[in-house]
Design a protein around this ligand. Sequence first.
Ligand code: COA
Length: 667
Amino acid sequence: MNGYNNPLIGVPAKALPKHIGIIGAGTIGPDIAYYLKSAIPDLSLVLIDIVEDQLEQALKRIEGYADKGVKRGKLTADQAAGVMQNLATSTDYSMLAECDWVIEAATENLDLKHKIFAQVESIVREDTLITSNTSSIPAAWLFSKLKRQDRCTVTHFFAPAFSNPVVEVIDWDGGSGENLEYLRWLFCATGKVPMVTTDDVCFMLDRIFDNWCNEAAYLIAEASAGEIDSVALDYVHAGPFDVLNFANGNEIIPEVNTLQADEEGEHYRPAPYFRSVKTWNTVPRGKPIEVAPETAQGIRDRLLGIVFSQSVDIVDRSIGTSADLELGCRLAFAFKKGPLKLMRELGKEEVSRILQRLEKERPGMPLPNQDVADYQDFLQYLLIDDVDGIKVITIRRPEALNALDDELNDEILSVIKQYEDDPQVKGFVITGYGNRAFCAGADIGRFPEYLGDAEGAAQYARDSSRLLRHIDGMTKPVVAAVNGMALGGGLELAFRCHSIVAIDNAWLQLPEITLGIVPGIGGMVVPYRRWPEAGQTFHEMLRSGKKLDAQAARKLGIIDELAEDYADLIRRAVEKVDSLQGSVMKIADESVTVPSFDPITSDGQRLSSKVVGIIENAITEAALSPSLEEALEIGYRAFGKSACTAAAKEGIESFQQRRQPDFAKTG
Ligand code: COA
C-alpha cells in the first residue's frame, strides 16, 4: 500500500463510477447492488446472471431493502425511487460493455470464475476495473489467465453487504497500486471500511471466522451446538452455529477450509459434520443455556485458542494490520471485542495457557512468533498519517460514528505526546474517518454507570478532559478538520483545537440537553471565552440542542475556513497548522460577559427544565470565574449534578432503547 492510512486524505485518481456491472444475482450480488445504488447517486447498474428467475428475485429483494430504508428513516422516498432507477438485469454479458467497474459475485468455483473473467475481459473497455467478491481464492489464481491483470483485484464484502461496512481489498503482485488506492478511496467515500490484506488464501478475516466455525464443528463431539454457542456468547454477540444457520455457511466453510488445508497444512481440514448437517440445532438468540464448568472451560479454551492462533498468525505474517483485524472482527462478525484486546484483557499467562492447550489438542495450528505482550503494540482507534511534516490523526471508530471513549482519548493524547517535542513535526490535525462524522460525542454507553453518582460523574468529566487540558497548554498547533457532524464531546474537542476548518456540509451540535445531561468538558465554558460575540448562539445550542451548520459557524468566526471536499479539508487544515507556527492562541483566563437568557425555542421538543436550569447556572458561574481551570471545574460539577436528575436517566435510557425521551414526566 502506497497511499495514506486514511483513504480520504489523497486526491482520488478519478471520480466515482457511473456504470457498474455485478455478475451473480444469488446471495450477495443483490446486496452489493443495493449498497452501491444507495451510496452513489445517479449510478447505472446492471445485474447479470444466467438464471432469469434469480434476477427477478434479486430486483424484488433490492426493492424490499429500499422500502425498509424509507420506513426506518435511512432513505427518503426520492432516494428509494432513485435506487430502482437505472437498475437493469440481464443474462447477456454484452450489457457490461460500458461499465467502469465489474464485480464478480458468482459461486466459489475457480474454473467457473476463470470462464467469467475471460468473457468479461473480451467485452469491457481497457480501463474497466474488474474485481471478484471471493472470500478465499487468491487474486493471483483468479486473474492469472487475463491479458490485463493490473486492473483486477479482490474486493471481499461481508454479509449483509449493504449494511456491513467491512470490505477486504487485496494487495497482490499483479494489481496496480493506483487501483488499490482508488478502491480504498471509493469504499471509504461511500460509507464502507476498506481493509487491505495480502493475497493469501482466505485473506485476513475469514481466517478467523472460518476456523472458529470449523473448530466449533469439531467440538460437536464433546458438546451440543447450543452449549458451544452459549459459551461463545462471552465474547461475541452471536455464537458460531447461530451465525452458520443465519448465513447458510455450511457449504462455504468446508470449501474454504479445504483450500487452507491444501495450502497450509492438514490441521485446517474441515470437520466432517459439515457434510451431514443442514441446520444446527442451537439455542434461540439471547437465551444461552447453562453449561457444566469443565465442558464450558474446554469449549472456551478451544474457541479462543483458535481465534488467538489465527490472530497472531495474521499479525506475524503481516496479512493485515492489527487495527484492521480488531475492527474487522467487531464489525464483520459481531465480536464484542477484537481478539488482540481479548488477549490483553486475559493477560499473558492465561493466553499462554490457552495456546499451550491448543498446541496439544490441535497440533500444527500457528503459535505466536513473539512475546504475547508485543501483540498489543498498535493504535486501536486512530490512523496516523504524515502530511508535509504534520501528523494527521484520524479517529476511526465507525461503529459509533467516531464517538470518543477513554481508550480513544488516551490514544490521541499518547500520539500528541509522542510527537510534540519532535522538531520534524510542525503540529497536528485531528479529523474523523469517513464522510459522515467528525465525532458523535462521548460514548453514551459509558453514561449509565454514572447516573445518580455526582462525584463519579464529575470525576469522569475531569478524566475525560486530560486530552483537552493538554491541548490548552500546547505551543504546537492542533487544528480540527471537521469532516461531518461534530457533536457533544466531539465538538468540545474541536472547540479546544487552535483552529477549526470544516467541510461545507458539516454541522455542529451540543445535543446533551436532549439526553437530559449537560456538556461537561468545557462546552459551557470555552466557547464563550473564545467567541464571546456568538454567546447567544451558544446559549441556544446548549439550552435547546439546536444545530449550527458549518456556513453559519463560519460567519460567526467559530470555523476559520470551509472546504469543498475531504482532500481539500485536510489540505486546508495542514496549511492552517503551518500558518499558526509560533502563534497558537490561548483560551482566556479572565471572566467574560454572557448575554441574558431568552425564552427557549426548542422546535416543539419538550426539554428538562431542571437540566436547562443547571446549564444556565453553570454558564453564568463559569463566565464570572477569573480562571479557566476554575470555570472548567464548574462544568465538571454541573455534569455530575445533571447525572443525578431523573431527566438524565430518562434521556440515556431512551437513547439506548431508540425512542423519544419523555421529559414531561421528569421535570
Ligand atoms: N456514543 C455511543 N454510540 C453512539 C454515539 C455516541 N455518542 N453516537 C452514535 N452512536 C452509535 C449508535 O448507537 C449506533 O450504534 P448501533 O448501530 O450499534 O445501534 C451507531 O452509532 C450509528 O448511529 P445511529 O443512531 O444508528 O445513526 P443515525 O444516523 O440514525 O443517527 C445521530 C445519528 C448522531 C443523530 C445519533 O446517533 C445520535 O443522536 N447520537 C448521539 C449523539 C449525542 O447525543 N452525542 C452527545 C453525547 S455526549
